[in-house]
Design a protein around this ligand. Structure first.
Ligand SMILES: Nc1ncnc2c1ncn2[C@@H]1O[C@H](COP(=O)(O)OP(=O)(O)OP(=O)(O)O)[C@@H](O)[C@H]1O
Ligand SMILES: [Mg+2]
Length: 286
């Protein structure tokens, strides 16, 4: 691993061209507990950024239970796993979704890549580096909880969006994930989304309690990005396999998503290395 990694490190550190300096920001969407609404959030947030004229790629890295393509009503034949297996280029496996939203799946087998095979890992990072500057945002829809792979994605991303519901079980698991991430790296930018709130008041209270606790006990400041109400349009859109932002643009969840997006876009963006930084962190942070 080490020689390969060093070789790749040198490659990605080579002098950057102007085009490569265009920032591609990588955002990991994660949660402690499963089933809190990460994939629906990630997909509709991505679409909402597209509506703000951003170029966005959603990358489904929920390795066991990939389902962004199901939410889009698309069956993605190719994935990172098949890209490696068939020696394809990353451009061969990127699919175009609604409104020009781009997406790729990790695919089964992608999981093992980080543990087993340096050549595969090298291929993955080399291909990934070719999309530097192509999009403004790469949104990673990660699995729930802290698997080894999830943690690597989270620690390498520019921003982490942590999704929780107001339920105590979800909150407790979200706290555990913050604690674990914070132990590994104190500088991770984490933002909170409270999903499936019964009211804005409940969302705000939950967020305030959570961020107070993380600040008091972990000395970790977490910003709140917003609240998404519990809205029957979300499961209805899932059944239609159309993102709720498109199926029900005026529903409460869609309106809340637009607020979240405008909050997100107001956050100042420090200069980052983009995909190169992501790859370097994936290679060297454990
Ligand atoms: N704001 C909401 N209002 C109502 N239902 C919601 C909302 N958000 C998500 N759901 C429902 O919650 C369920 C889980 O959503 P989703 O698949 O996005 O969660 P997830 O966190 O990605 O799950 P997993 O951990 O399995 O990947 C879906 O059935 C979805 O319809
Ligand atoms: Mg999911």
């Amino acid at each position: 691993m080490f020689d390969q990694a060093n070789h790749l490190r040198e490659k990605v550190l080579q002098k950057t061209s102007e085009k490569e300096r265009r920032q591609t920001r990588i955002i990991a969407v994660t949660s402690g507990k499963g089933g809190v609404g990460k994939s629906n959030f990630a997909l509709n947030f991505a679409l909402s950024l597209v509506q703000q004229n951003k170029k966005v790629l959603i990358f489904d890295v929920d390795l066991g239970f990939a389902n962004v393509d199901v939410l889009l009503g698309r069956f993605n034949k190719e994935s990172i796993a098949t890209m490696i297996e068939k020696d394809l280029s990353i451009l061969d496996i990127i699919e175009e979704g609604p409104n020009g939203l781009l997406f790729i799946s990790g695919g089964t087998g992608f999981n093992d890549m980080f543990r087993l095979d340096d050549i595969k890992l090298n291929k993955f990072f080399t291909e990934l580096s070719t999309i530097q500057g192509m999009v403004d945002y790469i949104i990673l829809d990660t699995g729930a909880g802290l698997s080894y792979e999830n943690l690597r994605f989270i620690l390498a991303a520019d921003d982490v969006i942590l999704v929780t519901t107001p339920e105590p079980t979800s909150i407790t698991d979200a706290y555990s994930i913050v604690k674990m991430i914070h132990t590994k790296d104190k500088n991770v930018h984490m933002k909170l989304i409270i999903n499936q709130c019964t009211s804005e008041k409940e969302g705000k209270q939950t967020a305030d309690n959570f961020t107070n606790v993380t600040e008091q006990f972990l000395h970790k400041k977490i910003g709140t990005l917003g609240y998404i109400p519990s809205d029957v349009s979300v499961p209805n859109a899932v059944k239609k396999q159309v993102p709720f932002l498109m199926a029900y643009p005026n529903c409460d969840a869609s309106k809340a998503m637009q607020n979240v997006t405008s909050n997100f876009l107001q956050i100042s963006v420090p200069y980052k290395l983009g995909i190169k930084g992501f790859i370097l962190k994936m290679l060297f942070k454990n």
